[in-house]
Design a protein around this ligand. Structure first.
Ligand code: CAA
Length: 386
């Protein structure tokens, strides 16, 4: 199936490189990684060698300096092969690297951004806590000044690439005198696992994305040098929100990759599988499903690509980003449900890949803001000009 929006020669080339890479290094192994809940760090390192961990970063910091559209094309290809690998790539490219690029000091850029762009350091993002999921501004982990340092205490939850990442962009409350809820008074820090008092907590046992580790981060009197504060004290929540505007485009591309893989597998299966003396593809009940699946994949992709194009032109895309993420994730859940149905009994078995796609799709409706949060963002933006 082809994209509706035209691709440049360079974009087509990036898409092909990602597709070939996925075919060789990811697709044959994805089911095994999922079964063993195994994070394959070497494949992340190889993505780094291709430049795919610095796609949106300027060449000055060893990035590829590409546009958002190109990055999302590559991400869809990786996600179609393995959503777990894709989330590490998405979080890294959209959140920690963009935060350091936008608000970091020159020294932070040299120390963290360039190695992240080269793929020598994997980045992660820590905002949520056990009691602060959708209501992110109620987070309670805190940082207190101690001379030139900060001392952090608390626990962050559901951190993608936890335990594998080398750099964690982490939001904690630094205005501890202010009331316990509120966006102002939260600051962002560049944390690394070597800091005294930094520990990886519980590793989650998940329904899907099993090959992507999700953990807690536990800070016990974690001592952080003052130069690890990112940007302005008290602005961390705003930085996180602005970064999630971009992150949500990555999750949309991931969802589209999952949905597209389910559609491709279903199309091939329906041509092969015979019941009632004919291939499934001859049955109108199946044709209707395949048509609706293709429609949703195309609609999701076209909305995302249009949003990426607008963003690359400098348009603020908070609302369209939430629309893209919401539409693509609900499409992925719907399309993978139909795929399991088309495969029938086989679809319910782990032997066939649609079962994994179905499990992987669900989280795209949850992380980087649930579908309900996306609807809130979209609705609020309708009134933003008033
Ligand atoms: N861009 C810029 N600023 C923004 C913004 C945006 N998109 N969204 C909010 N802000 C600013 C507001 O303007 C406001 O600033 P002022 O104080 O100057 O007025 C401030 O942030 C607070 O905003 P709100 O009053 O809107 O805050 P709120 O408490 O009502 O929450 C929310 C807003 C949209 C519900 C937000 O809490 C939210 O997005 N929640 C979902 C959290 C989320 O997405 N978590 C994802 C976890 S990370 C993850 O999943 C990564 C992974 O590992 C895969």
């Amino acid at each position: 199936m082809h994209e509706l929006l035209p691709l440049t020669e360079e974009q087509r080339e990036i898409q092909n490189v990602a597709r070939e890479f996925a075919r060789e290094h990811i697709t044959p192994f994805a089911a095994d990684w999922d079964a063993r809940a195994h994070f394959e760090r070497p494949v992340i390192d190889k993505l780094g060698e291709l430049g795919f961990l610095g796609m949106l970063l300027p060449e000055e910091y060893d990035g590829l300096g590409l546009d958002t559209f190109s990055y999302l094309l590559a991400l869809e290809e990786i996600a179609a092969a393995d959503a777990s690998t894709a989330v590490a790539m998405s979080v890294h490219n959209s959140l920690p690297t963009q935060m350091v690029l936008r608000w970091g000091t020159e020294a932070q850029k040299r120390e963290f951004l360039a190695p992240m762009a080269r793929g020598e350091m994997l980045g992660a993002f820590a905002l949520s806590e056990a009691e602060a999921g959708s209501d992110a501004a109620s987070l309670r982990a805190q940082g207190v000044r101690d001379g030139d340092d900060w001392v952090l205490t608390g626990t962050k939850s559901w951190v993608s690439s936890g335990g594998q990442a080398d750099v964690y962009l982490t939001m904690v409350r630094t205005d501890t005198a202010a009331n316990r809820r509120g966006a102002r008074g939260i600051s962002a820090f560049v944390l690394t696992p070597d800091l005294p008092g930094f520990a990886i907590g519980k590793k989650e046992d998940k329904m899907g994305l099993r090959a992507s580790p999700t953990t807690e981060l536990v800070f016990e009197q974690l001592r952080v040098p003052g130069d690890r504060l990112l940007g302005e004290e008290g602005s961390g929540f705003i930085y996180a929100m602005q970064s999630l505007d971009n992150g949500r485009l990555g999750i949309a591309a991931q969802a589209i990759g999952i949905a597209r893989a389910a559609l491709d597998l279903s199309t091939a299966y329906a041509a092969d599988r015979k019941q009632f003396g004919q291939a499934l593809r001859e049955l109108q009940a199946i044709q209707f499903k395949l048509a609706d699946m293709a429609l949703k994949v195309t609609a999701a992709r076209t909305l995302l690509h249009a949003t990426a194009t607008a963003k690359d032109r400098g348009v603020r895309t908070t609302q369209f980003g939430s629309m893209s993420k919401l539409y693509a994730s609900e499409a992925a859940m719907w399309v993978t449900t139909q795929a399991v149905q088309i495969f029938g009994g086989y679809g319910y078995m782990k032997e066939y890949p649609v079962e994994r796609l179905f499990r992987d799709a669900k989280v795209t409706e949850i992380y980087e803001g649930t579908s309900e949060i996306q609807r809130i963002v979209i609705a609020r933006e309708l009134y933003s000009h008033l």
